[in-house]
Design a binder for this molecule. Structure first.
Ligand code: KIV
Length: 263
């Protein structure tokens, strides 16, 4: 079973780490049966599960509820929970309260977006005994500051800053770092420069692991097709077909059959 020490070990052994997001009990039950290494209860749940237009709408109580459902469904998986928007920007005590809520909901680790401005809080959380994963590159909680979902680190100065940020996160005690939407080459150089594993999403092949949003990789939204996404299933079509078939069966009185009815 994966635990926090598995991450460093995997990097030493040059074995990649697989991670998907998950927000609910049933998906968690399916993931629990799979070979996947770990689960992220991402704040993307605000968009995917609640229909908001950005992750800034995820609240701590939403995160706690989804973490608890996922942990009930996937008791054998290592579950990382996102610290929601601004939960680490209002003082260390409030950040530690948020961490406490997520860990008591059942998470094994937390993930924090950003670097330099989060270093003190990351150190305190790590000192408190909670594993922390960093997240740099495209950080959706800062979407208004970034000006949209744009690839980060294309300019040399930006790339250097991201390398420095990853080193700072490692020094602060992070056990891993998510790299989101950065050029392939930068993903490779950051992964070489730090000893902790990097988990990429839109960061090329050379990160130490990969993460995708579950609903994206199983094709729930046919309109969402960013370049980095590979769709492993077309559940939108599958579910639509099932619903239409049920509707046909009801309206043509084919359902329920005698075997599906009580005597
Ligand atoms: O919230 C999320 O889904 C994430 C991943 C995209 C890494 O942070």
């Amino acid at each position: 079973m994966v635990n926090v020490h598995t991450f460093a070990k995997r990097k030493q052994e040059n074995r990649k780490i697989s991670m998907v997001t998950c927000y609910d009990f049933w998906s968690a039950k399916i993931i629990n049966k799979s070979d996947l290494d770990c689960i992220l209860v991402g704040d993307s749940l605000a968009v995917v599960m609640h229909g908001y237009d950005s992750t800034v709408h995820a609240t701590l109580s939403m995160m706690e509820m989804h973490v608890a459902s996922v942990v009930r469904g996937a008791p054998d998986k290592f579950v990382i929970a996102d610290l929601p928007f601004l939960s680490c920007s209002k003082g260390i005590d409030r950040a530690l309260d948020a961490v406490q809520a997520l860990i008591q909901a059942g998470a094994s680790a937390v993930k924090i977006e950003g670097s330099s401005h989060q270093i003190d809080v990351i150190k305190r959380i790590v000192e408190a005994g909670v594993p922390v994963m960093g997240h740099i590159g495209l950080t959706p909680q800062s979407i208004h500051n970034l000006g949209g979902h744009l690839v980060q680190g294309k300019e040399v100065s930006e790339a250097k800053k991201l390398i420095d940020d990853a080193i700072l996160l490692e020094q602060a005690g992070c056990f891993g770092v998510v790299l989101e939407c950065i050029p392939n080459k930068l993903g490779a150089s950051i992964s070489k420069r730090v000893k902790v594993p990097t988990i990429g999403i839109g960061a090329g092949l050379h990160t130490d692991g990969q993460v995708l949003v579950l609903h994206d990789m199983i094709g729930v939204d046919p309109a969402f097709s960013p370049k980095f996404l590979r769709k492993y299933a077309n559940t939108n079509e599958l579910i639509t077909q099932a619903l239409d078939k049920f509707h046909d069966d009801v309206t043509s009185e084919c359902f329920p059959a005698p075997l599906e009815s009580y005597e």
